[in-house]
Design a protein around this ligand. Structure first.
Ligand SMILES: [Zn+2]
Length: 79
């Protein structure tokens, strides 16, 4: 029973690739990309009403979001 529980926990961690934001940069189109702790980058687009991230356009807003976690799609193997 305990071994099975441990296996499920490992499996869960594999599919929850939460990585801290360590910085931001802009891609060649001017879109903002969050630099994640794993070394991957992930777009943080402002596309209302689906994705509401007006903070990404200001230096202050980006600074406030440093250290937050994002699910890394590349670590999950979805991108
Ligand atoms: Zn990653």
């Amino acid at each position: 029973m305990s071994a099975r529980r441990r296996l499920l926990t490992v499996h869960y961690n594999m599919w929850s690739m939460e990585q801290r934001i360590v910085g931001f940069h802009q891609d060649e189109h001017g879109d903002w990309v969050a630099d994640l702790a794993c070394g991957h980058g992930q777009h943080v687009r402002h596309q209302p009403p689906l994705t509401n991230r007006p903070w990404v356009f200001t230096e202050e807003g980006r600074t406030q979001h440093l250290g937050q976690v994002l699910n890394c799609k590349k670590c999950e193997g979805q991108e």
